[in-house]
Ligand binder design. Structure first.
Ligand SMILES: NC(=O)C1=CN([C@@H]2O[C@H](COP(=O)(O)OP(=O)(O)OC[C@H]3O[C@@H](n4cnc5c(N)ncnc54)[C@H](OP(=O)(O)O)[C@@H]3O)[C@@H](O)[C@H]2O)C=CC1
Ligand SMILES: CCCCCCCCCCCCCCCC(=O)[C@@H](N)CO
Length: 373
């Protein structure tokens, strides 16, 4: 017994316990070559555990400092309806000053009245600005300047103005592809471009992009909509890398179907396939979605998702997106393979929905032509 690795065995032998082990096992254990990899494995495992513990300990140090909404100036585009309006209410409830941006003035005034009911002090203001965020950059820049003069520099910008078209590719009007990119993508670029210089000067701020689960995966019926939401992710990742040293944090939100006037409008012409596939991740209430988005934006989380499907999708599609906490990074590492496996089952069921709908339609057509004859 010369190796220090075998000292514990020596002890076993000394106490006569070794006799309880079968001969072949004794021989194996006495071999240096058997124990070395085992011990090395243990040491590596110990290092990994220590490293993970260390990461958890320093995790609060690398997470951004939360934004104080009390007294902050929050601009919400698309703030006169649906998710945008609920985001404005959520921020107002926490003491923020709000600027609502949308086109229709009567809807803006209606929303202003509704938001003002949630005041927590008598200094709070809701400002309404009627502008099309997708048309002319100088106009957008001008109204943002006006808002900053009235309510101070923008602390948080929420890009929520957006429109949807759900139809089969060849049935989408060609102009729609352009219009959706204009409103959903450029309509987020312009207000962001207008607030970034001041945020950089002040070395603080939050930018939120409201994408969609359809901005994480492509779905039947969303050939025009999905690309405009995917584009926001590219913008967000690039921008985040530029402005992180200035203490400005970007959040991309990926809500599932949410019960809003926008969805009601979309549902009027939505293909059956799109409806059935979207139902997979359920229907959310705008108040719930808004709460999650505001919480993630305040914390400076890059990713914001709702529900279990939302969590799985975000983990699965994280790619090279920035992490804002070690916990998030570790969860992504551990769950990636499992979620991809689950995703394959989902994809299989989506394909079968599409096939079944097609077969039903063809049968219906055959029946109709038979009846016409
Ligand atoms: N509801 C849902 O199921 C989901 C929605 N989303 C996204 O969330 C966002 C909000 O959706 P939702 O609440 O349903 O939508 P709504 O249709 O209820 O509200 C849209 C808002 O955007 C404004 N808006 C639209 N176009 C423009 C424009 N060109 N310039 C300025 N403002 C504009 C509208 O006001 P006005 O028309 O007066 O200009 C309105 O205030 C959208 O980006 C949508 O894609 C994401 C996932 C799911
Ligand atoms: C591990 C893998 C999990 C996979 C889960 C897949 C769930 C897919 C559901 C997609 C729903 C898309 C909703 C789009 C809503 C929207 O943006 C429009 N309604 C806008 O008006």
């Amino acid at each position: 017994m010369c190796s220090p690795w075998l000292w514990p065995l020596q002890l076993l032998q000394d106490e006569g316990l070794n006799s309880a082990l079968p001969d072949w096992l004794c021989q194996c254990l006495h071999s240096w070559w058997f124990l070395l990899p085992l011990v090395m494995l243990l040491v590596v495992a110990a290092f990994i555990v220590a490293f993970v513990l260390l990461l958890y300990m320093v995790s609060p140090l690398i997470s951004p400092r939360p934004l104080k909404l009390n007294g902050a100036h929050v601009v919400v585009t698309g703030g006169s309806s649906g998710i945008g309006k609920c985001i404005a209410i959520e921020c107002y409830k926490q003491g923020a000053f709000i600027t609502l941006v949308a086109r229709d003035e009567s809807k803006l005034l209606q929303a202003k009245k509704e938001i003002e009911k949630h005041a927590i002090n008598d200094k709070q203001v809701v400002l309404c600005i009627s502008v099309d965020v997708s048309k002319d950059y100088s106009q957008v820049e001008y109204v943002i300047k006006q808002a900053q003069e009235k309510l101070g520099p923008v602390d948080m910008l929420v890009n929520c103005a957006g429109i949807t078209v759900a139809a089969k590719f060849e049935e989408v009007d060609v102009d729609c592809f352009k219009r959706l990119m204009e409103v959903n993508y450029l309509g987020s670029v312009y207000p962001t471009r207008a607030v970034i210089p001041t945020m950089k000067e002040r070395r603080m701020g939050r930018i939120v992009f409201v994408s969609s689960q359809a901005g994480q995966l492509g779905l039947f019926g969303y050939t025009a909509y999905s690309p405009s939401k995917f584009a926001l992710r590219g913008l967000a990742e690039s921008l985040q890398m530029e402005i992180k040293p200035y203490n400005i944090y970007v959040t991309v939100a990926y809500p599932p179907d949410t019960d809003t006037p926008g969805l009601a409008e979309e549902n009027k012409t939505k293909p059956l396939e799109t409806k059935l596939i979207s139902e997979t991740s359920g229907l959310c209430q705008p108040e719930q979605v808004a709460k999650v988005i505001v919480k993630d934006a305040v914390q400076g989380n890059f990713n914001s998702s709702v529900g279990l499907d939302g969590y799985m999708l975000s983990s699965l599609t994280c790619g090279m997106s920035p992490v804002t906490s070690i916990t998030e990074g570790l969860q992504q590492i551990v769950t990636m393979g499992l979620f991809r496996t689950i995703a394959l089952f989902y994809l299989g069921s989506f394909d079968s929905i599409v096939r079944r709908c097609m077969m039903q339609r063809e049968q219906l057509k055959k029946k109709e032509t038979r009846l016409n004859k």
